[in-house]
Design a protein around this ligand. Structure first.
Ligand code: SF4
Length: 358
């Protein structure tokens, strides 16, 4: 599993805490030089047992095709080139619409077989408030263009849990998402983190964070609507038409080794975790070795995010019988077919449930 962090955006969303700089062609070329060097220096860390490639960011779709090709050639030279079981590129709707169907066809020709579009909302007021580059019509157009180009596995991201997002607008966004019949939908609750613009707005009294009650209600609406539309709620924040569950992200939840390249990218190999510093081009790497306890906590936290949960012997070995029995009695955990899992109606409070276990 390979992750490439593309640290550029053309505009910054008010809630964003990812590492990203303003896009420029020269910086993108320097970034590609550095990533190609890094791939060649660390190729022995790439584990192809789950053969996926994921370009995230930032905004991966700002990269020129020639720059993207250079990185793919570096992967090829390192012995870890395509075809990949799943090759995802994250894209901003505006990049797809501006660059058109031939751009997406070229991505497909380079081996991309999954496009993840950052839609976030189908409400223009909310998109404007977030400082997104696109509006709702451009998001719909981006999906149309991707289909015209032949993309068979499309994912969109949506955001809920904002104090200025009404239930009606959220329902409308979900209706529009479902109408597009994309194969995969990721829905994230807005959190105000780090020193993003929204955090400043909270400090200045210009934005009040949504209540837990509102977030829980909107999460409930999400679960109901997407179930009605035939989506499989396979992970707390992720829904897929059957057979389109994400393979790359699925690997993270199963603690499969991955190698991350580019500034702020993380890597993992069994007992070692490392991350590049969030600095353009001159980034350095920090490593830590996980203790048995760290590994156990991670295993539980990640496995219980998925609807299939964790196999019973593993959880029983890692947690006390008393804690497990208590959660089962409360309906917060269930056991079926030799596995423990959190029922969907308790997904929203999964953090609290996991805390009781570890
Ligand atoms: S949310 Fe995505 S597009 Fe917006 S600033 Fe962050 S990385 Fe860039």
């Amino acid at each position: 599993m390979i992750y490439i962090h593309v640290p550029f955006c053309k505009r910054f969303c008010i809630y964003c805490d990812f590492f990203s700089e303003l896009y420029s062609e020269e910086e993108a070329e320097r970034f590609a030089d550095r990533v190609c060097e890094e791939i060649s220096a660390r190729s022995n860390e790439i584990d192809d047992r789950v053969k996926t490639l994921y370009f995230g960011g930032g905004t991966a779709s700002v990269l020129p095709l020639t720059t993207l090709s250079r990185i793919l050639i570096a992967l090829d030279k390192s012995g870890h080139g395509g075809p990949y079981t799943e090759f995802t590129i994250e894209a901003n709707p505006e990049d797809i619409v501006e660059r058109g169907v031939n751009y997406v066809r070229s991505l497909c020709a380079l081996g991309m077989n999954r496009l993840s579009i950052g839609v976030q909302s189908f409400d223009d007021n909310l998109l404007g408030w977030m400082n997104r580059r696109h509006n709702a019509a451009r998001a719909v157009e981006a999906v149309r263009i991707a289909r015209e180009a032949g993309v068979k596995n499309l994912s969109i991201d949506l955001i809920f849990g904002l104090s200025n997002l009404s239930d009606e607008v959220w329902e409308d966004t979900l209706d529009k998402a479902v109408a597009l019949r994309v194969e995969h939908i990721s829905c994230y609750q807005l959190t105000v983190e780090g020193d993003c613009a929204l955090a400043g707005m909270v400090r200045d009294g210009l934005y009040e964070e949504a209540s837990d009650e509102l977030c829980a209600r909107q999460y409930g609406i999400l679960c109901r609507k997407l179930a009605e539309a035939g989506y499989h709620h396979y992970e707390i924040s992720n829904f897929a038409l059957p057979g389109f569950e994400a393979i790359h992200n699925g690997g993270y939840w199963q603690r499969i080794s991955y190698a991350g390249f580019g500034p702020s990218a993380h890597s993992f190999s069994g007992k070692r975790r490392s991350w590049n510093s969030p600095v353009l081009n001159d980034y350095v790497r920090t490593e830590e070795t996980l203790s048995d306890e760290d590994c156990a906590v991670e295993t539980i936290m990640l496995a219980l995010r998925r609807d299939i949960g964790i196999d019973a012997p593993t959880l029983e070995k890692l947690c006390s019988k008393e804690a497990i029995d208590k959660l089962i009695a409360e309906g917060a955990l269930r056991k079926a077919d030799g596995r423990y899992s959190i029922p969907e109606d308790h997904f929203f409070v999964s953090d609290q449930i996991i805390r009781k276990l570890i």
